[in-house]
Write a protein that binds this ligand. Structure first.
Ligand SMILES: C[S@@+](CC[C@H](N)C(=O)[O-])C[C@H]1O[C@@H](n2cnc3c(N)ncnc32)[C@H](O)[C@@H]1O
Length: 397
């Protein structure tokens, strides 16, 4: 990633974040708490359902017929209530645990980001739109229970939400074995693209809903000759991402745009990607985004969205598990997005149905080359999404 980093003598905006000893201790505690909820209690919850709740229902002739009936059965169980409570509060605390250190560093962070936005020492750029209209589905609630999420501006030239979401995300994933490095989704998709499309060399690529570019930078490393763009609605995260990129020597172009309707010309990109995006917007907006991808892709270009597996691809129990976020994590479109058929969504946007795909690919960093070769030959499947694999949907134009 850091092709020119040594030659760019600017401080790293992340180094300005200096938590005290007690703040670090709190962040570690929150990471462990979240890990306990999302890994240990998740497993316990499944054991409780399969070993106790479901057999009792079966005995009464009331076996759940779908994920909603599983949810109904679990809502009153102590195991579920404990899991939910712990997961909800651990999520909230991820962001709260980093806020004080961000507040202390904010004046320096802002001044550094402003300076880099003028000088662009690594050759990237930042384009913000003072008249940008934030979609209501983003502005109306604190998505992910992150206060202010990615669009709130507390002061002029603010980068606070970039830092809060960035460091909160590090606390969030801190103890997760295969997600310690940033940008692993992009690394995995780039690895898969190269393995399945030898010679693929996009001239321009676009990461939609890039936030601060975590999953944009690895594409620039994988395809160094491509002009790389990242768009998002949140000015603070774009400013923050631009400062990170300019320090790292990654020449990427950030702009504040709604992915439903961008200002790029037709057929401008050979690769369009996104990660953790479509499930966060209404299905109507997803349809607009996919149509926009169709417009923006050159013939032969590829679109890959890393997403949650659709409802039809996983078991009723897993649907119950995944859809938890809809009501508990301020992600109200989660269930309705997952109820869509990904291939049908892409085909409706204009792509030829037989050029649309959905599959789970291995996490490139943790899978190992030998097993990856077997996966490519169809001899072994990728691990499940979220457990060493990433679900992707998309199409080739
Ligand atoms: C979970 S974050 C994405 C994370 C990021 N892609 C990554 O991999 O690190 C969701 C992002 O979608 C952005 N977003 C939501 N609606 C959008 C839209 N219509 N156009 C562009 N970005 C949007 C939000 O601002 C937010 O930054």
């Amino acid at each position: 990633m850091a092709a020119q980093a040594e030659t760019v003598a600017v401080p790293n905006i992340e180094e300005l974040f200096q938590p005290t000893h007690d703040e670090r201790a709190r962040q570690s505690m929150v990471s462990m708490l979240r890990k306990h909820a999302i890994i240990d209690l998740r497993a316990e919850l499944k054991r409780d359902y399969e070993g106790r709740v479901e057999p009792a229902l079966r005995e009464r002739g009331e076996v759940p017929r779908n994920w909603r009936e599983i949810e109904q059965a679990m809502e009153s169980q102590a195991s579920y209530r404990f899991y939910s409570t712990l997961r909800y509060h651990a999520q909230e605390m991820c962001y709260l645990s980093v806020q004080p250190a961000v507040e202390r560093a904010l004046p320096q962070m802002i001044s550094l980001a402003k300076d880099l936005a003028v000088r662009n020492p690594s050759g990237g750029s930042l384009r913000l739109d003072p008249n940008f209209e934030i979609p209501r589905y983003l502005a109306a609630l604190d998505v992910h229970l992150a206060p202010g999420w990615v669009t709130t501006e507390h002061t002029i030239d603010d980068v606070a939400q970039g830092a809060v979401v960035g460091f909160g995300g590090k606390v969030f994933t801190g103890q997760h074995p295969y997600r310690k490095r940033a940008g692993v989704v992009a690394e995995s998709i780039a690895h898969w693209l190269k393995a399945t499309r030898p010679g693929f060399a996009p001239r321009r690529l676009l990461d939609m809903a890039t936030t601060a570019g975590k999953n944009l930078f690895p594409y620039k490393t994988a395809f160094p000759n491509a002009e790389a763009h990242g768009i998002d609605c949140g000015a603070p995260v774009l400013r923050y991402g631009h400062a990170l990129a300019e320090h790292e020597g990654v020449a990427v172009h950030f702009s504040q745009q709604n992915a439903e309707h961008t200002d790029f010309p037709d057929s401008h990109f050979d690769l369009i990607v996104s990660s953790f995006f479509l499930h966060e917007i209404p299905v109507k907006a997803t349809r607009n985004v996919l149509r926009e991808c169709y417009r923006l892709l050159a013939p032969g270009g590829v679109m890959v969205h890393m997403e949650l597996p659709d409802e039809a691809s996983v078991s009723d129990y897993d649907n119950f598990f995944w859809n938890w976020d809809t009501i508990n994590n301020n992600e109200p479109f989660y269930t309705s997005f997952r109820a869509q058929e990904p291939i049908a969504l892409c085909a409706e946007a204009g792509f030829e149905r037989d050029k649309c795909f959905k599959l789970t690919i291995p996490d490139a960093a943790s899978f190992g080359e030998e097993r990856y070769a077997k996966f490519l030959r169809g001899e072994i499947p990728a691990p499940a999404h979220g457990s060493g694999g990433w679900f992707v949907m998309g199409a080739q134009k």
